[in-house]
Design a protein around this ligand. Structure first.
Ligand code: IPE
Length: 261
């Protein structure tokens, strides 16, 4: 069906500290690496500064609070679609035949958790030999009326359905660290991540991040790894690393272990 499931983190394809700042060089290179790996892929990308900044300003992650949020909701949807289009163009230039599947148009959350996604569509496009691409978005929520669906939530649902051989998260650092490596020079790369790793991780993040800290992200990855697939976090800013990881070569990074399998 699909051999690899990849998330291009918002920190790799955008400058997360500056509103709507796309990193085209990085996106183009990652697209080329996906193309030259030769693997059949299913892709997810984060929102980075096209999502988090305004979503935080309008408190969209809390769900419906007042009518004033609706302008923000609409703008965030617009911005993440802009970003998606830029990513789709990078893929197109690299020769990857992608199709864009926005969760806001075919997903439903319940109390902040993604419950429903039209997975049949992903399957049909995959069957055709195309590369489905989805992304962090504002999605309707049956309890809160709307919410923020992260790329990590999408990764979980897609992994559960399609059981790819390999799951790769591209971050802007070498993997999961014991603390934020940008702030603490003593931060250590955790080569094998398990539930115990969570105990040391910070629960807050440096930049506006409406989908949670590294703690929340690692929690998701552990749930994913528990499904049984090889799950890893690598540095998407290091040239060649994604391609090597997709081919199954050993690369620097963190492997997430599904301990309670
Ligand atoms: C965030 O998605 C979605 C929105 C803010 C609309 P992610 O949480 O997956 O994005 P990154 O990878 O952290 O930027």
């Amino acid at each position: 069906m699909c051999a690899v499931l990849v998330k291009l983190g918002g920190s790799v394809i955008t400058d997360k500290s500056s509103y709507r700042c796309f990193d085209q060089g990085s996106a183009d290179r990652l697209a080329r690496e996906i193309a030259s790996s030769g693997e059949r892929a299913l892709l997810v990308h984060g929102a980075g500064s096209f999502g988090h900044v305004l979503a935080a300003e309008h408190r969209l992650q809390k769900g419906y609070l007042d009518q004033g949020q609706l302008a923000g909701l609409s703008k965030v949807q617009l911005d993440v679609r802009d970003l998606n289009l830029m990513v789709m163009r990078s893929l197109d230039r690299a020769g990857v035949h992608g199709v864009s599947l926005p969760p806001g148009a075919m997903g439903l959350m319940e109390g902040g958790e993604l419950k429903d996604l039209d997975l049949g569509l992903f399957r049909r496009y995959l069957d055709l030999g195309l590369t489905p691409v989805t992304f962090g978005d504002v999605v309707l929520d049956s309890r809160r009326r709307f919410g923020i669906c992260s790329g990590d939530q999408l990764m979980y649902l897609l992994a559960k359905e399609f059981r790819p051989e390999r799951i790769v998260f591209c971050a802007d650092v070498d993997g999961i660290f014991t603390s934020d490596p940008a702030l603490e020079p003593g931060a250590r790369l955790v080569e094998e991540v398990d539930r115990r790793t969570l105990e040391d991780l910070p629960r807050t993040s440096r930049v506006a991040d409406v989908t949670g800290s590294i703690y929340a992200k690692v929690e998701f990855m552990l749930r994913l790894a528990e499904l049984g697939q090889e799950t890893m976090v690598i540095n998407g800013r290091a040239p060649g690393r994604l391609e090597a990881a997709l081919k199954g070569e050993k690369v620097k990074g963190s492997v997430v272990l599904g301990g309670s399998r």
